[in-house]
Design a binder for this molecule. Structure first.
Ligand SMILES: C[S@@+](CC[C@H](N)C(=O)[O-])C[C@H]1O[C@@H](n2cnc3c(N)ncnc32)[C@H](O)[C@@H]1O
Ligand code: SF4
Length: 354
């Protein structure tokens, strides 16, 4: 079979810059790959792989805890060559000084690129600390957010959000928690992602469709207000994207299947610190660049990758992954038309108010 053509670009490349983490989250889907620093690629190896990766429109710097990686900015530089590329950095916010230093370096190194930092918050203080297995994690994350807010005054390309993993366990606490964030002025918007039940502990459950809907509706309402106050020109595109993503996730909870073709393995891909390549964070690896002279394309177009792509297109996954589902919207005519219409209505509403 002839090789598939290389995509002209990736909508989002997720790189797990390090497997090292200083938390022990009971939700962590990546738990069995955490804390293997000796297996990680050197910066020279990263550079070799990066030369073979197509241009990326969005770079997700994940892990492990990405801010613990001394080479974080150098790794980002390998993949970012144009100002349109947005950078997302999820963090547990535990080591305030380190997070702020890394975000300061990223935002100054890429002054033209949007840098979205998401601080993970899974509940009010006591619950958050228990879920994440770290004493005073909540208090530390708040201190981090406050210092990032200060940094934002001199870094106009920085946006701040909370990332909340929603499950039955923390759902009742969410309305007060999200309203509290909106009122605190600490973030530009909030996001709520349903738990994917690939967790190191038993018994954690994703929320029901009704619960998910009511909390995501609240998040959208708060985001319209928050973004209209600080970044009114960005509000319609961010909120319409979240609105469409949340609708797809909620229908997935009812039907058990996605109602659009997932673009994992076509528009989005994953490179882990040890060289593992995945089409999707949640599926089995399709290979390791170290076995192919650090050539991304050799793994991306390998036989296992081709087979997994076929599997993805059967819509057999019951997945709510925000990156893959979110990036699939633009490739689905109906979903994109709905999103655009929501964007238009939000823009018209905002214009009528001003
Ligand atoms: C794997 S972490 C890596 C970045 C950083 N260590 C952190 O916790 O923010 C990225 C995001 O995935 C979320 N996450 C972890 N396990 C999850 C799961 N089973 N379902 C949904 N989201 C999950 C985390 O809460 C976090 O917001
Ligand atoms: S902080 Fe992030 S990488 Fe670390 S255990 Fe928690 S979810 Fe996983």
């Amino acid at each position: 079979m002839p090789p598939e053509p290389s995509p002209a670009e990736l909508a989002v490349l997720t790189i797990f810059v390090t497997s090292v983490c200083n938390a022990r989250c009971e939700t962590c889907f990546f738990w069995d790959s955490l804390n293997h620093p000796r297996d990680e690629m050197t910066l020279d190896e990263w550079a070799k792989v990066a030369e073979t990766v197509p241009p990326v429109r969005g770079l997700q710097l994940s892990g492990g805890e990405p801010t613990l990686d001394a080479d974080l900015v150098d790794k980002a530089m390998l993949f970012i060559h144009r100002p349109e590329t947005s950078i997302s950095l999820p963090t547990n916010g535990i080591r305030t000084d380190q997070v702020v230093t890394q975000v300061g370096a990223l935002t100054s190194c890429f002054p033209q690129n949007r840098v979205i930092v998401g601080v993970s918050i899974d509940g009010p203080a006591e619950m958050h600390d228990q879920i994440r297995g770290v004493k005073d994690n909540f208090a530390k994350a708040m201190r981090t957010l406050d210092q990032l807010r200060d940094l934002q005054r001199e870094r106009p390309n920085l946006r701040l959000t909370t990332l909340t993993c929603l499950m039955e366990k923390n759902a009742a606490a969410m309305p007060d928690l999200l309203r509290g964030f909106a009122d605190s002025g600490r973030v530009d918007f909030v996001t709520v992602e349903p738990l994917r039940e690939q967790t190191p502990v038993d018994g954690l459950r994703a929320p029901s469709h009704e619960t998910l809907k009511s909390i995501q509706d609240l998040a959208l309402e708060l985001n319209i207000r928050l973004l209209a106050e600080r970044y009114p020109e960005e509000m319609p595109s961010i909120v319409s994207h979240l609105d469409e993503l949340y609708g797809i996730q909620q229908r997935m909870r009812i039907r058990g299947v996605l109602d659009l073709d997932c673009q994992a393995g076509a528009a989005t891909g994953v490179l882990e610190a040890n060289g593992t390549v995945r089409l999707c964070e949640l599926l089995e690896p399709v290979g390791n660049v170290r076995d192919f002279d650090h050539d991304w394309n050799a793994v991306w177009h390998s036989e296992p990758a081709r087979r997994q792509r076929e599997h993805i297109l059967t819509r057999a996954c019951s997945c709510t992954h925000c990156v893959n589902v979110g990036q699939s919207i633009a490739f689905d005519a109906e979903a994109e038309a709905r999103r655009r219409e929501t964007e238009r209505q939000l823009a018209a509403r905002a214009a009528a108010k001003s």
